[in-house]
Design a protein around this ligand. Structure first.
Ligand code: DAH
Length: 357
């Protein structure tokens, strides 16, 4: 073995001993590179004759190539090993069961809203919603409740900075009743004498009855076990040329018995006052049996739509008559499921909510 073979051999051994890329690069510097042993050998050629230089040079070159080949081979091996280790570390166990997504469910009040919509829908009522930020006119004045009228204190609402189209502060609607007049306006625009933008024709026929419910969020300055600053209401309105208080009784009795799935439920229409109805009645229900049996439970306000409200709808109170009601879906939900604290509905506690899944 000559000195070059020994050198190549020793390079191979050292490369093989390098177990990480940076060890390998250190080993490489000993042989190739500025102060490597090959470079030393090259320098040693200075004293040789031209003939000897040629042979010696070729031999050194060969040795250099052999060392480089060994280096590259070892580099590749280390790289492969590194990749292998990486893949192993990141390996996925595809046999592990997947992470389950929790099953969602509808909120109990949403369930009630859907129930209400379904029942009134089956009785021919349209379902609509309206703005939660209202003008003073729609929230109060249009409903026969003029500024400074004491009846306004029945609804202590939230006011919003900035004024509505009527120049008065905007409010978070304290009830869904403003939609009575809003909806009637749209209905009259659609069916009244004049151009009907939807059909593109002039309309001059009989006006179909207004028959609508309006479920939605409402707001009042109120907070305890049975009152929340945000709560839900569902307004109802049926207005036509021949709608009477007895229709209200039939419709609402039918609704309550269907809603509570109890044909023996008893209703009481108790005289009351609302500015937008005359006469007005509070509607109480009584369960014939069960934990609430024998107690009168208030579920809605109602009455015959006041002529001033009909006028604000753009209709003639001598011709159009009907009834309205407003009920609390939160309370209906509490009664249906036996929940005694309203705040549970709005806490978002999954332990409570998942019971209604
Ligand atoms: N808006 C009333 C309230 O929030 C409820 C109500 C009573 C609505 C009588 C009506 C009605 O439509 O006729 O207390």
């Amino acid at each position: 073995m000559n000195d070059l073979d020994t050198l190549v051999e020793s390079a191979r051994t050292q490369f093989a001993a390098a177990s990480a890329p940076h060890d390998l690069e250190n080993a490489k510097a000993q042989f190739i590179g500025k102060s490597g042993r090959l470079t030393e050998l090259m320098k040693g050629m200075a004293q040789l004759s031209p003939e000897e230089k040629r042979t010696r040079g070729a031999a050194i070159n060969q040795a250099k190539q052999a060392i480089e080949a060994a280096l590259n081979e070892r580099r590749q091996t280390l790289q492969d090993a590194e990749l292998e280790a990486h893949l192993k570390a990141e390996a996925l166990d595809v046999t592990l069961p997947g992470r389950q997504r929790g099953r969602g469910g509808l909120h109990p009040v949403t369930l009630t809203m859907e129930r209400i919509e379904g029942i009134f829908g089956s009785m021919g009522f349209d379902v609509t919603d309206g703005p939660e930020i209202e003008t003073d006119w729609f929230s109060f004045t249009s409903l026969n409740n003029p500024p400074n009228h004491p009846a306004r204190s029945m609804q202590d609402t939230f006011y919003i900075d900035g004024n509505g189209a009527d120049g008065l502060p905007l409010n978070l609607r304290p009830h869904t009743s403003p939609m009575q007049v809003r909806y009637a306006h749209a209905h009259v625009r659609r069916y009244g004498k004049g151009f009907d933008p939807r059909s593109g024709r002039l309309y001059d026929g009989p006006m179909p009855d207004i028959r609508v419910i309006v479920p939605g969020r409402t707001y009042r300055v109120d907070s305890d076990a049975t009152h929340s600053p945000m709560f839900h209401q569902c307004e109802g309105l049926w207005l036509g040329e021949n709608v009477s208080f007895s229709d209200l009784k039939t419709i609402f009795t039918g609704f309550c018995r269907t809603f509570f799935e109890n044909g023996d439920l008893v209703l009481r229409f108790r005289p009351s006052f609302f500015p937008f109805t005359e006469p007005s009645a509070e509607i109480d229900i009584q369960f014939p049996s069960g934990p609430l049996a024998g107690r009168w439970l208030e579920v809605a306000g109602s009455g015959q739509v006041h002529p001033n409200v009909v006028r604000h709808m753009g209709l003639d109170p001598e011709r159009y008559i009907g009834f309205a009601f407003g009920m609390g879906p939160d309370r209906l939900t509490m009664l249906r499921y036996g929940v005694n604290d309203l705040r549970l509905f709005f806490d978002g506690d999954i332990r409570f909510l998942s019971q209604f899944e």
